[in-house]
Each structure stands twice: as C-alpha cells, then as structure tokens.
Ligand binder design. Structure first.
Ligand SMILES: [Zn+2]
Length: 598
C-alpha cells in the first residue's frame, strides 16, 4: 500500500522544460538500478541472431518460465550498432524492462544495459479490458484514449501484476500514461518531454541567440518582456539571417527537411508565409517566434547531420505560439511528425534560442535511442543534454555570460533559469529533481567543452546518447562517453575525460592511467560582475571549486561573505548605496571587482 501511495504521489510533470514542482516522491521504478557491463565481448559475427543470443545469455531471462527478449529496434551511429530488446513473459511485455546492447558494428559488444526482471510472484488482473476502460474514463473525464495494451507491471523486483497500460490525451495536448488493474491506478506519468524539401532561401530576422546575450545585459531596465511589446532596444537586437525555406504555390513557407512551422495548439494563428523572400517581424508579432524557432532548429539540425549522425534526419513539427498563456515548452512523441510546443507565457519561450535548442535536443535524444527515457537519473541526463546543447550552441555565437542557460526566458521574475557552470558533484548534490540534478552533468560537459572544444564534445555526447538505455545512471553515462571517445577518437581524450569525471564524482576514482592531466595553472580568476536593479550577480564561465565571495566596503572593511556557486546573487537590500569591492578567491587565485550599489 505504501508503494501505491508513493506511486500516486509522484508528480506527473516529468518532462517540462522547467517546473516548479519539487520531485521528491519517487517510486522504485524511478530509482531502479540497471545492471550494466562495459566488458568487451567478441561475437562470432555481427548479426541479429548472434546479438540476440548474447542478450538472452546476459539477461538470463530463459531461466524464467516462458520469458524471452523481443527486439524493439536497431539503430546505427557513427561508432556502431545499437540493439534494444524488451522482456516478454508468455508473449506479454514486461513494463520498463529494456535490455540494450551496443556494439562497434564489427562483432564486438561494447556495453550492455539490463533492466529485465526475475519475478517470483505473478498476480492476475482480475478485470477485463472493458472494465479497465470504464475505470480510466471515469477518472480522466476530459481525456480520450490513444492506445491501450496488456502488460506485466512490476510491483517490486520480484512481483509482476497483469495490468492495462493506457495512453491518454486531452484537448490541451496533455499526454498521460496510466497503468491500472481496473480497480486502482498503479502508475501515472506525463509523456510529454518538456523543457519537405528545402528548395529556396529567404532572409529573416531573429535573436542571436537572445537579446540579453547579444547586447551584454542581464534581465531588467530596458531589457524586459513588458507583455511582449516592442521596444527600440529589443528590436535593435534582431539580426538578419538566411533561412532555408520551401517555395510552393508562389509563396515562401517556413518548412525544410528538419522542421516545419504549424499551428496545432492555441492560440490559433496561421503559420507565417511570404510573397517576397523576407520574414521581417518584430517580437510583438507572433510570426517572430515562428521565424526564430525555425532558424535555430534548422541550424542545430544541420550541425548534427554534418557530424554524420542520423537523429536529425526526420522532420519535427513546431508550434512556436502554443500552450495558450502557459510559460513552458515540451516535446511530444505520439504524433507523426513528432511535435515541439513553445509556450507564450512570461517571456515567449521561442524568443530564446536556449529553449528552442533544449527542446529540440529531447527530439534528437529520442530519435537516437527511442523509449529509453525512464528512471530519474536517465531523465536528468536528458535534461542535461538539452542544457548542454543550448549552452554549446549559444556560446559559439556569443560567449557573454554563457554559464547561464535561458538568459532571456529565465533568470528573471518569471523563472529562475538554470546554469551550466555549477560546482555540484555526484552523488552528494542529488536531490531527486531531474532539472537540478542535470546541472551536475551539463556543467561537467561544458567544462569539457572548454578543455577539448565544441566540435569534439558535441560529437562525443551525441554518440553517447545512441547507447543510452532505460534507468542508466550518471556512472553508466560516463562510461558511454569514454566508449564514444575510444570508438571515434581512439581514446585521445581519455585523461581529461576521466579527470573531469573524478572531480564530479560520476566515475569512482582510482581507475585512471593518467596523472596530472591538467597542470594547476595559476591565473586571475575568470569572474565577472553583472549589475542588476536589485544588487549584483557574480558569475564565471568556468567551474570554480572551493571559492568564496567577500564584500568589502570603501573603508576596506569586510562586511559580508558567501560561497561562490556558479551564479552568486548579492542581494542589494542589505547594503547602503555606494562603492563596494567584491573579492572572489580560492586557494590558487583571486580577483577584485567593483560594485556601484545604487
Ligand atoms: Zn527538458
């Protein structure tokens, strides 16, 4: 009964780009350990038959009565092949039981992730599908059913119950997964992942990547949302770009092989078209967000494709003015083409390239390793992938304040945003919130971005996602990153990768073959101070460990001390107007900044 209570308490909002819900109640399914192996195994040859045999032996499922593994899909990446299986018992699938085998494509197994179950107790459903449908309809009256199937649902590691799995949807595009035995709900979760032909070129105006980064400001003063109104400052931050668009029936349309702009959610507005090849709109016009989303998705899609990966090869359908007044965005897999929704509450989400790239990253991850996004740490890895891609993309355009993601959409009164320069470590700083936990991983990836460069790091992390499976942990993801480096670069970056992984705690130390991968370089601390209407913010593009911020008044007296945490906010209300010195220091170096408190 306690388990059921926990299941019901678990927040359904697991995939939004941002959330105010603290996800502290979790079921054993979210925290379950996936059995992983990175021992290389040579097969006689590479074929579905040999991999199939290997997977069955690894997972021992045949020791269970009538149990088998069923191949769900195979996928190819730059570094090899990926086989995803699901466990069945008596031809009924076992929920959340993926077994994933990653090979080099040349008959060597590189890694295996095993989520199969060894049940001892089986409980029957004791109700019919028709009864279950009536039960679900009554509980979720505004929803209609998209899909249902009979499954084995794990109540614990050793107990499976026959149950019905429903996918439901309502007019607001909420998309739920409900598992029931016809009398009670066993499990519920949100399935939306929150956070053509190109034959012509047109010009358009977009933010690059957002008006604060391009102007070197933080939110406030002239740079505020102001109910989506135009202002000379914001209009001035638009940049002219080339757009790969479709030309048909004498009009230019926002459509190419990566993305098409549609209208499938409220508010209703017809997608922008143009008679002349020019999409020139200011931000108060709903068409501006369409052009902005279209441009940035096309650019990141081209980048992924140019690296040789196939996960950007399918079209994504985008409603850039969606979620009628809500300040959120999400990715939905249950449509063809798959969809991205960008909300228009607060700062319109599609005015910030960070939000656009984050949501598109869920699409990329899904298409690299479908249906593998379950389990708390696995979910956090997906959020971190979106934040990393957003930061990588924006930083290459303009490195102002790149340690923040969602510079325009967040870090303001609407939403606090997130950072990719946190010094949080694993597992110490895990709080069972997929967004906050993701900062550990995304911050490590951005540190590596500084170490080995954008192109190498982008390639490694996309390759790693092809090997992802249900319920993998940060440690598994670390090993997959090392494996990607081994396959694509012959292990060239092994030392720096393992050093960063040890520092973050995502790889147990003591496994390294390297000593002193990075010399302890003594230098001035790379910190900057940003004035805000309420005080100031001290931030750094780099991860700084064991660092302190001190405020010293004009007389040289230390009046305040706080730890540096990537983005450190100094609340001005504790200080009288005047000049202050902000000293940021650690055992290696320091820097003094001036702050004019107004
Ligand atoms: Zn997200």
């Amino acid at each position: 009964m306690l388990l059921l209570l926990l299941l019901l308490l678990f927040s359904a909002s697991s995939f939004a780009q941002k959330t105010s819900v603290e996800e502290t109640s979790v079921s054993f399914l979210e925290l379950r350990n996936c059995k992983s192996s990175f021992a290389e195994t040579k097969l006689t040859e590479e074929s579905e038959a040999t991999v199939n045999k290997f997977a069955h032996e690894f997972a021992h499922v045949e020791s269970i009565y009538e149990s088998k593994l069923k191949l769900q899909y195979t996928q190819e990446s730059l570094a090899g092949k990926h086989y995803s299986y699901i466990q069945t018992i008596g031809n009924t699938i076992v929920y959340n039981s993926e077994v994933k085998v990653n090979t080099n494509g040349k008959a060597v197994v590189l890694s295996v992730f095993d989520n199969s179950f060894s049940p001892k107790t089986f409980t029957d459903k004791n109700s019919s599908l028709a009864q279950a449908e009536i039960f679900v309809k009554e509980k979720f009256q505004s929803f209609y059913s998209l899909k249902n199937e009979i499954i084995w649902f794990p109540l614990s590691e050793t107990e499976l119950a026959k149950a019905y799995r429903f996918e439901l949807q309502n007019a607001a595009s909420e998309n739920l997964e409900i598992i029931t035995n016809g009398r009670e709900i066993l499990y519920k979760r949100d399935l939306n992942t929150y956070a053509a032909q190109a034959d012509s070129t047109a010009k358009g105006f977009v933010f690059m990547p957002d008006p604060l980064t391009s102007s070197g400001n933080v939110y406030g003063g002239s740079f505020i949302d102001n109910y989506d109104n135009d202002s000379p400052w914001l209009t001035n931050e638009r940049k002219e770009v080339s757009l790969s668009v479709e030309f048909s029936n004498n009009v230019f349309k926002l459509k190419n092989s990566f993305v098409q702009i549609s209208d499938f959610d409220l508010p209703n507005n017809i997608p922008a078209t143009a008679v002349l090849p020019m999409f020139n709109f200011s931000r108060s016009n709903l068409n501006f967000e369409q052009v902005n989303a279209f441009y940035h998705i096309t650019e990141i899609g081209k980048h992924i494709k140019s690296m040789g990966f196939n996960c950007a090869n399918t079209l994504v359908d985008v409603d850039a003015n969606a979620l009628n007044g809500q300040d959120n965005s999400f990715f939905a897999t249950n449509y063809n083409p798959q969809r991205l929704y960008f909300g228009i509450g607060g700062v319109d989400d599609a005015e910030d390239a960070d939000v656009i790239v984050h949501e598109y990253s869920h699409f990329l991850s899904y298409n690299a390793s479908p249906q593998s996004n379950t389990g708390n740490e696995r979910l956090a890895l997906d959020e971190a992938f979106g934040d990393y891609n957003a930061a990588s993309y924006s930083r290459a355009i303009n490195d102002f304040n790149w340690g923040w993601v969602y510079n325009w959409d967040g870090h303001n009164a609407f939403w606090t945003g997130r950072v990719v320069n946190s010094n949080k470590t694993y597992p110490t700083n895990l709080v069972n919130n997929i967004y906050k936990d993701g900062e550990i991983w995304s911050s490590m990836l951005m540190q590596l971005w500084s170490d080995i460069g954008k192109n190498t790091m982008d390639k490694l992390i996309v390759q790693a996602h092809y090997g992802y499976a249900q319920n993998i942990k940060f440690t598994d993801a670390a090993n997959l990153l090392l494996s990607a480096d081994q396959q694509l670069f012959n292990g060239l970056h092994y030392c720096i990768l393992t050093q960063r992984m040890f520092e973050r705690g995502v790889l147990p130390s003591g496994k390294t073959l390297c000593t002193n991968a990075i010399a302890n370089i003594q230098k001035e601390l790379p910190v900057v101070l940003l004035q805000t209407p309420d005080g100031c913010i001290v931030t750094s593009p780099e991860t700084l460990w064991n660092t302190t911020v001190e405020i010293i008044d004009a007389a040289g007296k230390k009046i305040h001390t706080q730890p540096f945490e990537g983005r450190t906010i100094i609340d001005g209300k504790h200080f009288t107007p005047g000049i202050y010195f902000v000293k940021v220091s650690n055992s290696n170096s320091s820097k003094i900044l001036k702050w004019f408190k107004q």
